[in-house]
Design a protein. Sequence first.
Length: 296
Amino acid sequence: MLLDPSEFQRTRALLLEADLDTLSAAMTRLHFGELPETLPHELRDRLEKLGWIDPGTGALSERGWFAADCCREYHFWTERNHRLPFETEAPDLARDAFRGKSVLEVGCGSGTNLMSLNDTTREIVGLEPLGIYRQIGTIFAEAHGVTDYHVKAGSAEAIPFPDGRFDVVVCVTAHQYFNIGPALTEIARVLRNGGEAIVIGCTLRPYLWGGLRASLGGSLREVRSHVVTAVNTLSYMALRRRILIGSSKWTTAYPVYPSRRPICGLMKEAGLGVHEARSIYPETCFRARKQRPRHH
């Protein structure tokens, strides 16, 4: 989804004059199932003007679902005082670890990590396939006075940058939506020799455990979604492809959560030497360096 220029400018004006903390918190609650009747009238009116909720029912619109995902990221970012999402569990990967480096975030969403690192890195660039995420991210950045904000359109499987461009490539809770093998090959390609890939995300065992707990008392649709994801994950580990897929407008429709060993194997095939696979529960932090080519 991509807003046309006039709709983008209208959205920008409405968001920049709003209390973003209050608005993003409300959209996060709607995202997690809170009833729209709980919203203050003025806030509900603003969300209707944005086209994010239905004027009649107050339910999230199609555009609103995408916006709610952006607002959820933003809300959690403000709650942790603009820190990176993994700083508490991995203090060695706090902002200072990226100081002076050229950094690419693959699957950057609405760009909150880019804003966290903006005044620390030598260069910070995001890659995001979904247009509305890129657009809302630029508005969030403007609201926080971040002028050096760069996000490219593109996929992890075809990164639009030259070989050896970056010191670090970061991927935070996004690898599950990729074709992981080709994406890791691309990540290795755009890293300089000795550069580091940092991939943080859930793996099979915690996903299955969390999915089982979520399914208890959940809807049939939720149960079906967990089963499809589990089957696709197992098939990806065995065959390197998802076997249960269909047409969908959602880029996040068919995630997979391979176990640690298969991911480490894919990294090795891509030319990335894994030096750490650490639990920051429920995620795992994989760290790997691009290995220098061997000369025969």
